[in-house]
Design a protein around this ligand. Structure first.
Ligand code: URA
Ligand code: SF4
Length: 217
């Protein structure tokens, strides 16, 4: 006998795979345990918030999972990491309106520390369970390029052996997918321990984003 937990999200996907329908359906997903302690599922979107029809996104950026603020608001990259991302996109002249942002995992995984909800990295099992939603988004949006922000997204799409430190900023080809470029996660940059580390990481991030911009031009 196999339970939903073993099957992941697949059986929760609707037959109509438009973003609007997917966005509604993901709220009922029980493909892993993460829905139990999250406020809501956070699906991807363009900055405009428009999910109807097929958005004109050239790039799909994939993060790890919603953070505290995303969990409460129900929108991806609206907290500190999203603000850093927006600032860096502006700096390298990538039009934010052409970027669809989403996450490898749609529910917030956290642990409590006092009154705070602290981000906890999703397991590979949870990432795998949630993949059908990401695949459906890719099919609906059909971006020209995927940008993986951080190791969780990169491992979801490029395999468990992929190393950001070695291969960030390179154009990767994976069977049946648009080209993929992986780079650092803005949350990881915000967690850098020293000012020097943070500046170095921002430099790497901007350099990779320039490659993204040049790839599209
Ligand atoms: N970090 C992520 O990976 N995704 C978000 O939506 C916010 C922070
Ligand atoms: Fe479903 Fe993904 Fe949420 Fe798990 S994290 S319940 S697979 S939407």
């Amino acid at each position: 006998m196999s339970s939903n937990k073993e099957q992941g999200a697949a059986s929760f996907l609707p037959t109509d795979r438009t973003l609007l329908v997917l966005q509604e359906a993901v709220q009922h997903c029980r493909g892993c345990d993460l829905y139990e302690h999250a406020t809501q599922a956070v699906f991807g979107e363009l900055e405009t918030g428009a999910r109807a029809g097929r958005p004109k996104a050239a790039i799909m950026m994939v993060g790890e999972q919603p953070g505290d603020q995303e969990d409460k608001e129900g929108r991806p990259f609206v907290g500190p990491a999203g603000r850093l991302l927006d600032k860096c996109l502006e700096e390298v002249d990538i039009d934010r309106r052409k970027v669809y942002v989403t996450n490898a995992v749609k529910h917030f995984r956290w642990e409590s520390r006092g009154k705070l909800r602290i981000h906890k990295k999703p397991s590979m099992k949870e990432v795998h369970a949630c993949r059908p939603w990401l695949d459906a988004e890719l099919e609906a949006v059909r971006p020209e390029l995927i940008v993986c922000l951080g190791a969780t997204a990169a491992q979801s799409l490029l395999g468990a052996k992929f190393k950001i430190t070695q291969s960030h900023g390179e154009v990767e080809k994976a069977e049946g997918r648009p080209p993929i470029i992986a780079t650092l996660h803005p949350s990881a940059i915000l967690r850098a321990r020293t000012v020097e580390d943070r500046e170095r990481d921002i430099g790497i991030f901007l350099q990779d984003l320039r490659k993204v911009r040049d790839f599209l031009n």
